[in-house]
Design a protein around this ligand. Structure first.
Ligand code: ARG
Length: 457
């Protein structure tokens, strides 16, 4: 089956072996990067006098032709040629005899390391762009609902009222860190391994920094064994995807809960929901549930990569080929889920009336009362105890905190005065929680004003 590189063998390759070692399915997306790297390599070979300028031009045109064929769906990778590198080289030699010189001072080992780095660099850009889109949508929705409040929860139990915008901006900040993880991952992978060859470099007079410059990479490798033998950047990219998916799955879970009838905080539009094959009334948030679930695949990719790389001997090992699938799956899944969450946050309807209604649970104002006492000079622990007794009193009588009279409050602590009653309003509570980074109205307004174009970096 394999149509080349078999001169040292006396037998043709076993068809099952040929299929087993081929990576053409994963490699298809690497075609443009492989060609980009080869064009830079040919330019360097010509500059170094290793091929003629005519040969360089013939190679370059041939590679551009292959790229156009690939873009038109006319160049498909044949498993008989194992991988993208052999497929491109084989096609190139059909186009020009100079193609036979392209592999001078190069190995598939440094080639694949380069292709993966170029692909990963582009992917970091794409994911950062998609994160920013979602951030912009969260920022716009926060702006739109700047005044709306909702119950803030801990342990999923009502805790303190907050601005809806504060919740949306919490995710905005988490996404800013995700974007910066991809950016720092990009910085480390932005290195050209071309010229490392199989493992040890070459006796031919090559110029790896020239190739790096041609490819707009920050520089060339400094150790040829490391350049071909490590895939830590694949893990870093996948880990960045995994943390992003942690965040997206958390947002997805909130949207699933908030759109359930018990909450009713938001409603997803019909076009983003799916129905049931038996229950005609159903409007299900399947798209969001799948974001929640797909996080699992990305976490699995991290484990798969770590397990593949662990304890590998120094130098290139074919095991490294297995880093492609999980990394590609992690990036594809992340991009797909970012798109889904952007659609959801862009199109969901916020049920302002419902949020207003549930925010008027005055039990959530207990901390405001305790802080009132602190302002009157009461030690926080005593204030906490006094308000705790008040809350027990309310619970036993099934009474709303906001319905207590000043007289009743003073039974628990004489420091309460008339102005304490003014605090028993969620809007007052939210407006006053103005410590830096808090949900206070001024804090949120300031944060919203600072967002424009900033993406939180
Ligand atoms: N297809 C391989 C990979 O993806 C590159 C080829 C290296 N093969 C070799 N025999 N050294 O890693």
């Amino acid at each position: 089956m394999a149509k080349n590189l078999r001169e040292r063998f006396s037998k043709a390759i076993d068809p099952y072996n040929a299929e087993f070692v081929a990576s053409v399915r994963e490699d298809d997306r690497l075609v443009p990067f492989d060609i980009q790297g080869s064009i830079a390599h040919a330019k360097m070979l010509a500059q170094q006098g290793l091929i003629s300028h005519d040969e360089r031009d013939a190679i370059t045109h041939g590679l551009q032709k292959i790229l156009a064929e690939w873009q038109a769906g006319k160049f498909t990778l044949d498993p008989a040629y194992e991988d993208v590198h052999m497929n491109v080289e084989h096609r190139l030699t059909q186009i020009t005899p100079a193609g036979a010189k392209l592999h001078t001072a190069r190995s598939r080992n440094d080639q694949v390391a380069l292709d993966l780095r170029l692909w990963a660099a582009q992917e970091c850009d794409a994911i950062i762009g998609a994160i920013r889109t979602l951030q912009d949508i969260l920022g716009a929705r926060a702006q739109q609902h700047e005044k709306v409040i909702m119950p803030g929860v801990t342990h999923l139990q009502h805790a303190q009222p907050i601005h809806v915008a504060h919740a949306l901006l919490a995710w905005y900040d988490a996404l800013a860190r995700d974007a910066s993880r991809f950016a720092s991952c990009w910085e480390r992978l932005n290195v050209s391994p071309l010229g490392a060859c199989a493992l040890a470099g070459t006796s031919l007079p090559i110029d790896p920094p020239f190739v790096a410059r041609e490819l707009s990479l920050a520089g060339a490798f400094s150790n040829s064994l490391d350049a071909v033998g490590d895939r830590d950047f694949c893990v870093e990219l996948t880990v960045a995807c995994a943390l992003l998916m942690v965040h997206l799955s958390q947002m997805a879970e909130m949207l699933v809960l908030w759109s359930a009838p018990e909450f009713g905080y938001v409603e997803l539009p019909d076009e983003l929901c799916t129905s049931s094959s038996i229950m005609p009334q159903k409007k299900n948030p399947d798209m969001i549930e799948l974001v929640r679930a797909k996080a699992g695949r990305v976490f699995g990719a991290v484990s798969e990569l770590l397990a593949t790389l662990k304890a590998l001997p120094l130098g290139y090992n074919r095991d490294l080929q297995m880093t492609k699938g999980p990394m590609f799956a992690a990036a594809d899944t992340s991009l797909g889920c970012l798109r889904a969450m952007s659609l959801a946050f862009e199109k969901l309807e916020v049920n302002v009336a419902r949020l207003e209604q549930v925010s008027h649970n005055s039990q959530m104002l207990a901390t405001d009362l305790a802080e009132y006492l602190v302002r009157k000079g009461v030690a926080f622990r005593s204030a906490h105890a006094a308000v705790g007794q008040i809350m027990r009193h309310c619970a036993e009588r099934r009474q709303e905190l906001a319905r207590l009279s000043l007289k009743e409050l003073r039974r628990f602590n004489p420091a309460f005065e008339k102005d304490a009653l003014d605090l028993l309003d969620p809007r007052v509570s939210v407006a006053r929680r103005n410590s830096p980074g808090g949900t206070g109205t001024d804090q949120v307004r300031k944060r919203l004003a600072g967002l424009r174009g900033a993406h939180g970096e």
